[in-house]
Design a protein around this ligand. Structure first.
Ligand SMILES: Nc1ncnc2c1ncn2[C@@H]1O[C@H](COP(=O)(O)OP(=O)(O)OP(=O)(O)O)[C@@H](O)[C@H]1O
Length: 243
């Protein structure tokens, strides 16, 4: 068992109100309004270039809206309550254990507490045999497992995942999905993008569907998959090309 998650104060719900993001004169996200609620698994879908990664970055606070309002329930962004994992994991040129230790040290956790947290995380995710291996020499699946484990060790309230398994084979993908389900069962809110429709069906409780930078559907997964409201989402689910 690990210590309780960071619980105070909650950054969720995170509200976006008429949010847009433009680079120069080019709007990349427009009129996006939604709430990210605590304890849910939200899957963000849409065609290539629809704006999914930008949406995730904006929710995580890596970029700021150029118009509209983004509001965390805690009043301000709390970096320690959020974590993000990218399609290609960003790992240090250090051992697996050191990759887990480093962000905890940045958070000024005492050495003994860090050692325990690292050991617990390695054990929990089957990484103990890899503890001393250079992280960058791991397989893609192992690297992503490490990236997710490292995010989990930070005890986030909300975890943003940008295509976490798109470069992985089916068995590595299954491990990542199991991790996501475990995080979710522990109460971590999940917001993730995926191109994998099967994965979206397996993991989503809610779906946000983006089309050309606009949020055109935001509904429960059951509603979205059984009766998408927009022709764009219907075409996407049917595998048609949309542009
Ligand atoms: N910094 C930037 N400057 C200009 N255009 C950008 C910038 N970042 C993203 N874009 C453009 O914004 C659009 C949305 O990008 P984004 O990466 O969010 O799409 P996506 O839905 O995640 O796509 P994919 O499924 O291919 O990963 C794309 O057309 C992209 O080229």
């Amino acid at each position: 068992m690990r210590a309780a998650r960071d619980t105070s104060p909650s950054v969720l719900p995170l509200s976006l109100e008429d949010v847009g993001y433009a680079v120069g004169a080019r709007p990349l996200l427009s009129d996006v309004s939604l709430q990210i609620k605590s304890g849910r698994r939200l899957v963000v879908m849409g065609a290539n270039g629809a704006g999914k990664s930008l949406f995730l970055r904006l929710c995580h606070g890596l970029i700021d809206p150029t118009v509209g309002r983004r509001h965390w329930a805690s009043g301000e962004r709390r970096a320690e309550a959020q974590a993000m994992v990218f399609q290609r994991p960003v790992l240090l040129r250090r051992s697996v254990a050191a990759n887990l230790d480093y962000p905890l040290a940045l958070r000024r956790l005492a050495r003994t507490a860090r050692r325990e947290a690292v050991a617990r995380t390695l054990d929990r995710f089957g990484l103990t045999p890899l503890a001393d291996r250079p992280a960058r020499l791991l397989s893609g699946g192992e690297q992503q497992r490490l990236a997710l484990a490292r995010a989990w060790a930070m005890r986030p309230q909300v975890l943003f995942l940008d295509e976490p398994s798109s470069a992985l084979d089916p068995s590595a993908t299954r491990i990542i999905e199991e991790m996501v389900e475990q995080f979710s069962a522990e109460g971590i809110t999940i917001v993730m993008t995926t191109h994998n429709l099967g994965q979206a069906r397996r993991l989503a409780q809610d779906v946000a569907f983006l089309h050309r930078g606009r949020l055109i559907e935001h509904r429960s997964s059951a509603e979205f998959f059984t009766g998408p409201e927009t022709p764009e989402a219907r075409a996407f689910l049917a595998g048609d090309l949309i542009w």
